[in-house]
Design a protein around this ligand. Structure first.
Ligand code: PMT
Length: 221
């Protein structure tokens, strides 16, 4: 019997990894499967929230009762998140968003020519969606949650990222073999802008999702 502590709330979750196209067949991407974001969406729906799930290239079934908005690139993800965030009580950015995209898109497949050096790929910066929504909250009291996947100095990097992005909570997960990208399990520390640290032991991504919503619900009430 789950507490309906998010009843009457609208929450937005981003999931998956953006793909930044080079030509009609190639892209720059990352290893996000979308599992953590989908677990967050299912957990919020079970607790009574209306859920908008902005899903970047996730090959996962639509969670029941969740409004799924499929996107491809970081620019598309930004548009969908900003639109949904306008009347949202909370936004959780679990998606792995490309910081950069190729400067140009080739309308035809890029060909290799004999005896020619490979052409360099020039990148340009993508918008930082989390920093944008945390900086100009669509509504007073809106709770903004970021994620950070780190490989070293996990907590120090997480704390710095929390401050730089200006979000209320930041879920720091360490990249590893059987956690974070692609796996069924995860392990994390949820950092709060108030200085709090909530460790979440190794376990199913649902368990981390539930802890995130516990912390969000406490900040909404
Ligand atoms: O999808 P899974 O396979 O289940 O894996 C889950 C996960 C590892 C993808 C997830 O738990 C996670 O950590 N997501 C964030 C990945 C990451 O590396 O984020 P980042 O450190 O690049 O970005 C920090 C935060 O800013 C994130 O909330 C991100 O959504 C946001 N961001 C980043 C760049 C950008 N241009 N705009 C953003 O909004």
């Amino acid at each position: 019997d789950l507490a309906q502590d998010l009843a009457g709330r609208h929450v937005v979750v981003s999931a998956g990894g953006t793909r930044e196209p080079l030509d009609p067949v190639r892209f720059l991407g990352n290893r996000s499967s979308g599992k953590q974001g989908y677990a967050l969406a299912r957990s919020a729906a079970a607790r009574g929230a209306r859920v908008t799930l902005v899903a970047a290239n996730a090959a996962l079934p639509d969670p029941a009762g969740v409004d799924v908005v499929p996107v491809g690139t970081a620019v598309q993800l930004r548009e969908a998140v900003l639109k949904a965030a306008a009347d949202a009580d909370a936004v959780v950015m679990a998606a792995a968003v490309a910081d950069f995209r190729p400067e140009t898109y080739a309308a035809g497949k890029i060909k290799k020519k004999d005896g020619q050096e490979p052409a360099p790929i020039t990148l340009v910066r993508n918008p930082d969606i989390l920093a944008e929504i945390a900086g100009e909250r669509a509504r007073p009291g809106q709770v903004i949650v970021g994620f950070a996947a780190e490989t070293d100095d996990v907590l120090a990097n997480g704390r710095a990222k929390l401050e730089r992005k200006g979000c209320d909570l930041l879920v720091v997960n360490e990249v590893g073999e059987r956690k974070t990208f692609g796996s069924e399990e995860n392990e994390a520390v949820v950092l709060g802008a108030d200085g709090s640290e909530t460790p979440v032991p190794y376990g199913p991504k649902e368990a981390l999702a539930d802890t995130v919503w516990d912390l969000v619900a406490a900040r909404l009430s």
